[in-house]
Design a protein around this ligand. Sequence first.
Ligand code: ADP
Ligand code: MG
Length: 250
Amino acid sequence: MIRQKEPAVRLDEVRKVHGANDRAVTALDGITMEFARGTFTAIMGPSGSGKSTLLHCAAGLDRPTSGTVTIAGTDIGELNENARTQLRRRHVGFVFQAFNLVGSLTAAQNVELPARFAGRRVPAREVAAALEAVGLEDRALHRPAELSGGQQQRVALARALITRPDVLFADEPTGALDSRSSKDVLALMRNLVDDHEQTALMVTHDPHAASYADAAIFLDDGRIVDSMEVERGRPDNSAVIAARMAGLES
Ligand code: ADP
Ligand code: MG
């Protein structure tokens, strides 16, 4: 378990170089950052600035070239592949832009999947509760092709949350959704943080999506170039964030 004062995720001097020799690309160039428990952070920046790489390294899906990543108090660089997978299954949930649901499985079966991979059978009522939490209790037996994009992403959220992860990582979770469905997904993420002390990190380039977060950090060329707190309840947060982004680009 995480001790109270410990951040949910910590990165210390994280560098990530993709490829080697003359094709080497420095995607992260020394990232030091703490994400406190029960907070929702938006990771912003232009295309290619390192957002996805940061998220993947922070979630233990990818290994930094140097530096350390600590999840739930454990330096994941110290773990072997197997132990890292275990820690990820226990502490981390991941949502992608492309939903990544299994097309041949029902919504309920998709939600059950990560727990099954972790060797745990999930009682049917837990699956039902997870689908209910995302407003899809009446879609349990539907397959992804029979659901809208927004509904598919809510199934993906339920799937990410069934293991009750400490940290939810989301890479452009609303990137493929219309504005109505985006609002549903973002409001759900906000509730998870507010009502269940979960921690959420979300990559987005959309100021409106970022306005649901508590803070935004801005990446450029693999470095954090700015950060800001998002004042809850301000109606013009999207505009404030957009102005901040525009300031960085000029
Ligand atoms: P973002 O999500 O902000 O668009 P990424 O983290 O995907 O940025 O990529 C950061 C940089 O690293 C880019 O220059 C990208 O081309 C490069 N990159 C990302 N993944 C790989 C990879 N697997 N192999 C080589 N280069 C990569
Ligand atoms: Mg990306």
